[in-house]
Design a protein around this ligand. Structure first.
Ligand SMILES: O=C(O)CCC(=O)C(=O)O
Length: 239
């Protein structure tokens, strides 16, 4: 059985934390390169396959797939419901400490997600703030998403794109509902014109807060684009 441990994540020293925190709050996101070991990336893929063998992903309650003439996009929310591995992974002290240090607060893990753009021309992710999805559950806490690339994401693979107009934490922008889009059924009412693509290698983590405007482009390459997102929010009690 695979033993999870902090050692699968690169230790981040204090100068890297200071820089990551400054970027996160100045421009809304930061990237930590080579954060996750290849061994853990393989274990994540195997665990996804194990879940899928036991219960096809499409039968899980957190599964959503959006298919249109442009292609499809699959996501699974709440992986820890189906897997002790994912339950334990999001709670590893090294990850939780990183979330604490970046927010300078105590944090709690609350959502683990798998995103797969499986085929050529997979759908783009509409531009949004994650807060649009959290609003009904909590409004007064900041959340962070750790978006871990499992197999690399170039622009043509549908890499994450961030708005270059930084939005302050707790500045919620109005979103409209996309009825026919089960994965990301909310999008900004006012479009942001200025997005910068953040390519990632397998094992890099992109971290953004819940008010950062982001999206991902349609995919035009042949390989699938796979990512794991681990989400933390500050604890109401702080420190
Ligand atoms: O993987 C994607 O395309 C979207 C991910 C996303 O929006 C998020 O993790 O907040």
């Amino acid at each position: 059985m695979f033993q999870l441990s902090n050692e699968f994540f690169r230790e981040i020293d204090s100068s890297e934390i200071i820089q990551a925190r400054a970027e996160l709050f100045e421009r809304g996101y930061t990237k930590i390169e080579n954060f996750v070991s290849p061994h853990l990336l393989e274990a994540v893929q195997s665990e996804i396959l194990r879940i899928h063998r036991e219960t096809p992903l499409s039968a899980l309650s957190g599964f959503a797939s959006w298919t249109s003439s442009g292609g499809s996009f699959n996501s699974v929310h709440g992986l820890d419901k189906y897997s002790d591995f994912f339950f334990d992974l999001i709670r590893l002290p090294r990850l939780m400490n990183l979330a604490d240090q970046l927010t300078q607060s105590r944090t709690v893990p609350f959502l683990s997600e798998y995103f797969d753009k499986p085929e050529r021309a997979s759908e783009p992710t509409p531009e949004h703030q994650d807060a649009a999805f959290y609003k009904e559950h909590f409004e007064d806490e900041l959340a962070l998403a750790f978006w871990i690339s499992l197999n690399g994401a170039r622009k043509q693979d549908g890499a994450i794109e961030y708005s270059e107009t930084a939005v302050e934490p707790f500045n919620y922008l109005p979103h409209g509902v996309l009825e026919d889009h089960p994965n990301f059924g909310r999008t900004l009412l006012e479009r942001h014109p200025d997005f910068a693509c953040q390519e990632a290698n397998a094992g890099d983590v992109l971290i953004h807060h819940s008010f950062t405007v982001h999206r991902s482009a349609a995919k035009t390459s042949d390989s699938s684009r796979r990512a794991l997102a681990l989400n933390y929010r500050t604890s109401p009690r702080g420190i």
